[in-house]
Design a protein around this ligand. Structure first.
Ligand code: GAL
Length: 413
C-alpha cells in the first residue's frame, strides 16, 4: 500500500499539468488573396503570444453569407470569440445582449482618445465598448491599369462624372473592357455610393440615404443617380453576372480592363499581385467626389463567452487589434487606413497616404459619410431593401423612374 502511494505521488510530481492552449475562434469573410494576407498579420501576432487561431472563413465579399453563419452560431448558444462585423450589424448584436464588455480594457488603453467618433458610434453600445475597429476603408475609389489607359489614349485622371464616362468609352473603343465589375448586389451598391456622392454631394447623400427623407429620395437627383447607374451598366462586360469582386480586380491587374470602381480593399489585390501604385496602377477618388469620403470600418465584435480562459485570449486579441504597430502593419497590406488617429503614415504607399489624408480632411470638413453599401448608413433591413432595387435596376429589370419609386418605398418599410 505504502509503495503504491509513493508511486502515485512520484508520477503526479513528474506528470505535466494539462493546461489547455489559449485559443480564439474568428469568423470573417476575408478569403481573397489580399484579404487573407492581411488577416495573416493578426494571426501571426497572436500565435507569437501562444494564442492558437481557429479560422472560420465564410467566403463572399461584403459579408452576406458570413452574417447567416453568425446567426446560426449565436442562436445555438455557441458564438465564436470574435466576428468581423460592419456598422449597424454591431449595434444589432449588441442590442441582443450577446456582446462582451471591453470597456475596462478600452479605459486602460485610452481608446476613447484615439478612435475617431465616427467609428466609436458603432464600436460602443450604450456607452460600453463591444467591438474593436481594425481599419477604415472607403468605397469612393477608382482603380486603373496605367498601361491600358495609355494604350487607350487616356492621358490624365478624370475630374468629373462626364469625363470619367468619356475616358471609359475610350478604353472600350480601344478593345478593352472599360469597367471590371462583379454582378453581385453589394458590388452594385458599392458603385451606387460613389454615384450618389458625385451626383448630389454629401448633403443629399445624408438627407436621402441616412435620414431617409422622402422628398430627397423622391427627387430629380435620385433619378439622375439611376440614369448614371445605367451609363455605368453600358461600360461593363457581358459576363459580369455573379463575378467575385477580386476576380474583377484581377481583370484590371492583368490588363483586360481599364477601371474598377471599388473600395480600397481592391488595393490589397494589386499589392498581393506585386503591383506598384503610380507605376502599374493608379488610385483616385471617384470623379466628382474629391474631398468626400464614404467610409466603412471592419470591426471585430467580441461575443460573451462562458469559459474564462477563452475570455483571456479574447482580451489579448482585442488589445492586439488596437495596438498602433498592428494598425499600421495590417492596413498597409489590407488597403485600408488605421482606425486610430495617432498612427504615422510612414509605412504606407501613395494610395494609403492619400487615404489617411483624405479621411482626416473629410472628418474636419464634415464630408465623411457612412457607406450605404457596407452597412454604415442604415441598418441591414433597409440596406438589403436598397440592394434589391439597385441590383434589379442594374440588371435591367426596372427602369430609372421605377427604381426611384422603389427606393422611396424601400426606405419606408
Ligand atoms: C467589405 C469589407 C472589406 C472587404 C470587402 C470585400 O465589406 O469591409 O474589408 O473585405 O467587404 O470582401
Amino acid at each position: 500500500m505504502k509503495k503504491l502511494i509513493i508511486g502515485l505521488a512520484v508520477s503526479a510530481a513528474f506528470s505535466i499539468p494539462a493546461v489547455a492552449q489559449e485559443s480564439v475562434e474568428v469568423l470573417h469573410w476575408w478569403t481573397s488573396g489580399g484579404e487573407a494576407a492581411a488577416l495573416n498579420v493578426l494571426k501571426t501576432n497572436l500565435e507569437k503570444q501562444g494564442v492558437k487561431w481557429n479560422d472560420m472563413p465564410v467566403a463572399g465579399g461584403g459579408g452576406e453569407a458570413a452574417m447567416t453563419a453568425v446567426r446560426a452560431r449565436v442562436t445555438s448558444g455557441n458564438p465564436p470569440t470574435a466576428v468581423q462585423l460592419l456598422g449597424f450589424d454591431i449595434q444589432d448584436w449588441a442590442k441582443q445582449g450577446v456582446l462582451a464588455d471591453l470597456t475596462p480594457l478600452a479605459t486602460k488603453e485610452g481608446w476613447d482618445k484615439v478612435v475617431p467618433a465616427a467609428l466609436q458610434r458603432f464600436s460602443k453600445y450604450q456607452g460600453k465598448w463591444v467591438a474593436v475597429p481594425v481599419n477604415v476603408h472607403s468605397t469612393n475609389w477608382v482603380w486603373a491599369n496605367r498601361d491600358v489607359l495609355a494604350k487607350s489614349g487616356v492621358t490624365s485622371d478624370p475630374k468629373t462624372f462626364d469625363e470619367f464616362i468619356a475616358d471609359a468609352e475610350k478604353v472600350q473603343k480601344a478593345g478593352y473592357i472599360a469597367i471590371a465589375h462583379g454582378g453581385q448586389p453589394w458590388q452594385e451598391a458599392t458603385i451606387f455610393d460613389s454615384i450618389v456622392l458625385t451626383t448630389g454631394g454629401v448633403d443629399y447623400y445624408r438627407k436621402a440615404f441616412v435620414e431617409l427623407d422622402p422628398k430627397a429620395l423622391n427627387s430629380a437627383t435620385t433619378l439622375k443617380v439611376f440614369q448614371r447607374m445605367s451609363q455605368i451598366r453600358k461600360l461593363v462586360d457581358k459576363d459580369f453576372s455573379g463575378r467575385d469582386w477580386n476576380v474583377a480586380s484581377g481583370m484590371v491587374i492583368s490588363g483586360k480592363a481599364g477601371f474598377q470602381i471599388m473600395g480600397d480593399w481592391a488595393k490589397g489585390e494589386f499589392l498581393h499581385a506585386h503591383k506598384v501604385p503610380g507605376k502599374d496602377f493608379d488610385c483616385f477618388r471617384f470623379p466628382g467626389t474629391q474631398g468626400m469620403v464614404s467610409f466603412n470600418s471592419d470591426q471585430f465584435a467580441m461575443f460573451k463567452l462562458a469559459d474564462p480562459q477563452k475570455t483571456a485570449a479574447q482580451m489579448k486579441m482585442a488589445a492586439d487589434v488596437m495596438a498602433p504597430s498592428f494598425q499600421s502593419s495590417f492596413n498597409v497590406v489590407k488597403g485600408s487606413v488605421p482606425a486610430r488617429t495617432d498612427v504615422p503614415d510612414t509605412a504606407f504607399d501613395a494610395c494609403g497616404k492619400k487615404g489617411i489624408a483624405d479621411l482626416a480632411e473629410a472628418n474636419r470638413n464634415n464630408t465623411l459619410v457612412g457607406s450605404i453599401a457596407h452597412g454604415h448608413a442604415v441598418p441591414a433591413a433597409i440596406k438589403n431593401a436598397f440592394y434589391d432595387v439597385i441590383t434589379r435596376h442594374f440588371n435591367g429589370q426596372i427602369d430609372d423612374k421605377k427604381a426611384v419609386a422603389e427606393m422611396v418605398s424601400a426606405a419606408q418599410n
